[in-house]
Design a protein around this ligand. Structure first.
Ligand SMILES: Cc1ncc(COP(=O)(O)O)c(C=O)c1O
Length: 415
């Protein structure tokens, strides 16, 4: 094939028009919201929270997960906060957390008086592994948080075996992985309890912000619900007042009504993302320089983004230049997903409460005074991968554009 001039050098772009918008909200969500307003106006009663729409949304979510219990909360960060709160760990317990995640995927740990210990990733992916977790265990470890990043499942069986061997709780952070599968099991159903984000950028949303705590364990569900609502005595046969301290992390009926409408579309959203992601993966399967990043065998990513592994050794340019060239061709590319909270000042400088270094410096904590984090593989992973912003409204033209642009740029830059 004749080599074409790259767009970055003034040649024609592979893709002239931007990728389509997600169009996540539509008539169904508007109708659901308006119905609540109509009801509120007719009855003179403002809609609230934990009412029939929220209960329905939680039932719908649990049904999507194949059973179990769901409590809707107001963010993914608070979903993790409440999931961890449900475990009722003793203060200063260590909790293993992932190296690559959103800050909201770690911050709840110290805010609960627990000590986060960061386990590295598999160098081939953004996800942690049982070996990386095992390297960080101590006699103080009580729980493990794993995050299925970018829609890709963590290799869960070894993590679950490790946790069982050490009597540890497993929390799955599914903020980026609604519907993902691991050996036929849905992300969120494998650990003791799971946290989801339903903010507007996620696979399905509840409007601007939202989250869900999900578990198959009824006792953990009640504990999460109580913790998410100031310790109200939910699920206690003879309640005599609030049973534990907790914040108000509730979702609300309006957001839940939007969430139920969204959940009806979720299977179609997931299927469309899988079609696009798998088509690009298959199209690049034999490519010498750029492939879809390694995924755990017998898993199905739901592609919150499409992670590409770039073998810069096979190119005459570095990954940054490759990404610039790809972007110039009209492909929405994020050159480096540097979501490594252990690199941020709050973590390194132990800024949680006040200036004393809580929880690491407290007398009751017998572990290291400095935060522990292994992130070498995580840094390698973000340095050797880039992300393409695909979504459910992408289809054959976007698949073709991605493959053609990668083909064009790598032909121009091959060694
Ligand atoms: C892995 C992960 N955990 C937690 C969160 C926090 O969710 P939220 O933004 O809804 O608070 C996010 C947000 O993107 C996330 O990606």
């Amino acid at each position: 094939m004749a080599q074409q001039e790259l767009a970055i050098d003034g040649g024609p772009k592979v893709r002239e028009t931007p990728f389509p918008p997600r169009a996540l909200l539509g008539e169904a969500e508007r109708a659901a919201a308006l119905a609540l307003f109509d009801q509120a106006i007719a009855s003179g009663q403002a809609f609230g929270y934990n009412g029939p729409p929220e209960q329905q949304y939680e039932k719908d979510f649990a049904a999507f997960m194949g059973g179990g219990f769901a409590d809707a909360v107001n963010s993914g960060t608070n979903a993790l906060y409440c999931a961890l709160g449900a475990l009722q760990l003793e203060p200063f317990s260590e909790v293993i957390v992932p190296a690559i995640t959103d800050p909201g995927g770690i911050m709840p740990v110290p805010l609960l008086g627990l000590v986060p210990v960061v386990a590295d990733t598999d160098p081939r992916s953004y996800n942690t592994t049982a070996d990386a977790i095992e390297a960080m265990l101590s006699e103080r470890t009580r729980a493990i948080v794993v995050a299925h990043i970018g829609g890709d499942s963590v290799d869960m069986d070894p993590v679950l075996a490790l946790a069982a061997a050490h009597g540890l709780c497993v929390v799955e952070d599914c903020a980026q992985s609604q519907g993902a599968l691991y050996k036929g099991r849905r992300a969120g159903t494998m650990g003791h309890i799971a946290a989801f984000s339903t903010m507007y950028g996620k696979h399905h949303c509840t409007g601007g912000q939202g989250g869900m705590v999900y578990t198959r364990d009824e006792e953990l569900y009640w504990r999460a619900r109580r913790f998410a609502d100031r310790g109200k005595p939910f699920g206690i046969p003879t309640p005599a007042g609030n049973v534990t301290a907790g914040l108000n992390c509730n979702l609300n009926d309006l957001a839940a009504a939007i969430g139920s409408a969204q959940l009806r579309r979720l299977p179609e959203i997931l299927a469309a993302r899988i079609r696009v992601g798998n088509a690009v993966r298959d199209g690049l399967a034999e490519h010498p320089a750029v492939r879809v990043g390694w995924q755990v065998p017998d898993s199905q990513s739901t592609y919150w983004f499409l992670r590409l592994h770039v073998r810069a050794e096979a190119l005459r340019v570095d990954k940054a230049r490759f990404c610039q060239a790809l972007a110039a061709e009209g492909i929405p590319v994020v050159p480096a997903y540097r979501a490594i909270p252990a690199e941020y000042p709050w973590f390194r400088e132990r800024r949680v409460f006040g200036t004393g270094g809580f929880p690491w410096t407290c007398g009751d904590y017998t572990g290291p005074r400095e935060p522990q984090a292994k992130i070498a593989n995580a840094i390698h992973a973000v340095e050797t991968h880039c992300n393409i912003g695909i979504h459910e409204n992408c289809a054959a033209p976007e698949i073709e554009a991605i493959l053609n642009a990668i083909g064009k740029v790598t032909r121009a830059y091959r060694r």
